[in-house]
Design a protein around this ligand. Structure first.
Ligand SMILES: [Zn+2]
Length: 189
């Protein structure tokens, strides 16, 4: 089940490992000016984690150009942090999925475990329907899905299109969202 995944430290370690891979790829690319990138990670302590994790989980991996006069920041995509949202990306996705249909009781239990109130859940729902669907990322990405995704059923309608077990699907969806997780200005939650 999705809820057990969130409580599993190994799942979070896996997300962290993916983030390190994405960060390495971004560092290897270097800055747009041709400069080398230095680590400029910053502290984030996301809410919505029902298990204890080490301090290495509390950093958003990010880089800064080493060239004087440039110093541009480059923040790679992440499977853990969804833009500036204060909750863990996996939590934002899962609560919104369980919000629909017969799984509402499970959603309420999960929301209680991770400490998400009703108003936050309502805001996430609005985010999926109004903010996410208005991104340029989604305007391009949705064309790849046939039949088209029912936008009123996001993100549940999206996760169903990925294959594998629940962990595979969730990771595939978090990876899919990668382009909107780094450096892009998003409404904070
Ligand atoms: Zn640069």
């Amino acid at each position: 089940m999705y809820a057990t995944l969130l409580a599993d430290a190994r799942f979070h370690d896996l997300l962290l490992a993916f983030d390190h891979d994405l960060a390495e790829a971004a560092r290897a690319e270097g800055c747009a000016c041709g400069g080398r990138l230095h680590s400029a990670r910053y502290r984030r302590k996301p809410r919505g984690r029902p298990c204890r994790l080490g301090p290495e989980h509390d950093w958003r991996l990010s880089f800064c150009c080493a060239v004087d006069g440039c110093r541009a920041r480059k923040t790679p995509p992440s499977l853990r942090f969804l833009g500036r949202k204060v909750y863990l990306a996996a939590t934002v996705v899962l609560i919104a999925i369980l919000r629909h249909g017969p799984t509402q009781a499970r959603m309420e239990r999960l929301a209680q475990v991770v400490g998400v109130d009703r108003r936050t859940i309502a805001r996430w729902r609005a985010w999926w329907r109004e903010v996410f669907t208005a991104t340029r990322f989604w305007a391009v990405a949705r064309a790849a899905f046939l039949p088209p995704i029912d936008e009123t059923q996001l993100p549940g309608a999206l996760i169903e299109r990925f294959s594998g077990d629940v962990q595979d699907r969730l990771i595939a969806l978090l990876r899919f969202l990668g382009p909107i997780t780094g450096g892009v200005r998003m409404r904070a939650f």
